[in-house]
Design a protein around this ligand. Structure first.
Ligand SMILES: [Zn+2]
Length: 539
């Protein structure tokens, strides 16, 4: 699709990027001048609100390949306007709009001033579990994760995900739980932030929940620590986050894949001319990759990438989920005041587990005062995190679209967002929603359990291999492969995802896990809410 213009564009831009790096400043001006003719900016970048009362309006708007900022419930969509062409496209398609942010850059300067004043007025810290009064930088996340590991050595371990970012940054997370260094069969609950670079609160709330679990010391936090492994990856897309948070392009959304299949030259991702480029990490997951709500244009903010899972940041999350029993996850984003559940696209109707997903989504959304919907009630998207994870594992995954007023509004607004119990967020906020999600992950009725006995210290392995389809119908192989070690007692319990994938269950089929111990192999079929005892393994 669009192969010809895409190739031409890549070669032009990569030539420009190379020029911009290699040439002295006086000549760079000429290179930039050449590029701006394709993206002429008229006046300041704005955010406009486009009324979209019906699903058909929203899907029609989604096809215009615009940069969506967020939504107002479902009645309107906010669009970033960074060129006259955007308004022309809206007008030609018959849409109207009102301007909600006259000048994004000026609003950002105002936010910076307000945040400085807020921090200065709170020398004793905020009410957040960490006490933070400003948005963290990437270095802050790294330092705080390392500090938590040293402060709670038996309850926190550092995870280095399998792939470094395109700019060569290691990508870290932490795993939190009682006796975290044992390899037992507890279920994993995963919380992520910063797939999208400009959505800073998504990482803030992720980190705050880690502090909450470790510091609060209630029966409720202990129950989660004892019965789950909670994995936090606050910054999935660190290259993009650096450009947005610490560079000079706060609207950066995607990763730093400037040219398909190539690593970016040092510093190239931050260059003005390269701003349109990058792959959207939340359109790069493999299930139904490349369908509606994503784009094959490299300068689209919803560019799906060169292929399913082409991006290292997305491969990381795929491999994390494929090598553990992630029975639930939350992927944080901003903004729209929504809790989204799979599927993201209409073609397959509702999820096999719609009733369970809806009730959990509704319960979490109520705490935040948000709407709870399946993804395609908003508009069609494909290649998103939970569409792949749910189709491949049956784990219950949700996207939180946090807040109502901007990608990274004043820091003071993050505190009520997280803690709730305010006029605007009357219930328990994101904090309570994450507690509900964590408690759902340790609820045996919502995943599957396999148990038995085996020699103490033996390693058990659970695997499954199957094809997953992209939107065009081509397939790739997914392999789930997880291990646990039999405890000293010799009796083991493994909290796992159902053996049958949702789409197979919907067609009345069944699938089995392959359980291996030493030379012994047996198939295990287990449903959601079911406990299967496989007896004694000799391994
Ligand atoms: Zn997002």
């Amino acid at each position: 699709m669009n192969t010809q213009p895409r190739r031409r564009k890549i070669s032009l831009i990569s030539a420009l990027a190379a020029l911009a790096i290699a040439l002295p400043l006086s000549l760079q001006v000429a290179a930039e001048g050449t590029a701006t003719s394709t993206t002429a900016v008229v006046g300041p970048t704005q955010i406009v609100r486009v009324p979209t009362p019906t699903l058909s309006d929203r899907n029609r708007l989604a096809k215009l390949n615009l940069d969506f900022a967020g939504t107002v419930g479902r009645s309107a969509i906010d669009v970033v306007v960074d060129s006259a062409a955007v308004k022309t496209r809206l007008k030609r398609a018959g849409f109207t709009w009102t301007v909600v942010v006259e000048d994004v850059e000026a609003a950002e300067q105002e936010r910076i001033r307000a945040d400085k004043a807020y921090a200065a007025a709170k020398p004793g810290g905020s009410a957040l579990p960490s006490g933070r009064t400003t948005y963290r930088t990437l270095a802050d996340y790294e330092a705080e994760m390392a500090t938590l590991v040293s402060r709670y050595p038996t309850q926190v371990r550092l995870l280095t995900l399998n792939h470094s970012s395109l700019e060569g940054r290691p990508i870290h997370g932490i795993e939190v739980g009682t006796a975290v260094n044992t390899d037992d069969g507890r279920p994993t609950f995963l919380v992520m932030g910063e797939h999208h670079a400009r959505e800073w609160p998504s990482a803030e709330v992720t980190m705050e929940f880690a502090y909450d679990l470790l510091q609060t010391g209630t029966a409720r936090t202990q129950n989660i620590l004892d019965n789950a492994r909670v994995v936090f990856v606050p910054v999935v897309n660190p290259d993009g986050f650096e450009v947005s948070r610490s560079g000079d392009y706060e609207l950066k959304r995607k990763n730093c894949r400037l040219v398909d299949g190539q690593l970016p030259a040092p510093g190239a991702c931050a260059l003005r001319d390269n701003r349109p480029f990058g792959t959207d990490p939340n359109r790069n997951y493999g299930a139904k990759w490349g369908g509606p709500g994503s784009s094959f244009l490299v300068d689209s903010e919803i560019y799906a990438g060169a292929g399913p899972f082409s991006e290292p940041e997305v491969q990381n999350i795929r491999e994390l989920i494929s090598s553990r029993q992630v029975v639930g996850h939350i992927s944080n984003h901003t903004y729209s005041a929504l809790v989204l559940r799979p599927p993201g696209y209409a073609a397959d109707g509702l999820a096999y587990d719609e009733e369970l997903l809806r009730s959990l989504g509704d319960q979490m959304a109520a705490e935040m005062g948000y709407a709870s919907i399946y993804g395609w009630q908003l508009y069609d998207t494909t290649g998103t995190t939970e569409d792949w994870s749910y189709s491949a594992t049956g784990g219950l995954g949700f996207t939180f679209e946090l807040g109502t007023n901007g990608f990274h509004p004043r820091f003071a607004t993050v505190i009520p967002l997280y803690l709730g119990h305010t006029k605007k967020v009357p219930n328990g906020g994101i904090r309570e929603a994450l507690f509900i999600a964590a408690e759902s992950a340790i609820n045996n009725a919502r995943h599957s359990v396999i148990e038995g006995s085996a020699p103490a210290g033996a390693t058990l392995r659970l695997t499954k291999t199957f094809p997953t389809s992209t939107w065009s119908g081509s397939t790739f192989t997914d392999t789930l492969d997880d291990t646990m070690v039999v405890p000293a007692s010799g009796s083991w319990t493994w909290h796992v995802n159902p053996s049958t994938r949702p789409a197979v269950a919907a067609a009345n089929g069944t699938e089995a896990w392959t359980l291996t111990c030493g030379g012994q192999t047996l198939p295990v079929t287990v449903d959601r809410g079911e406990l299967v005892n496989v007896g004694t393994l000799t391994c």
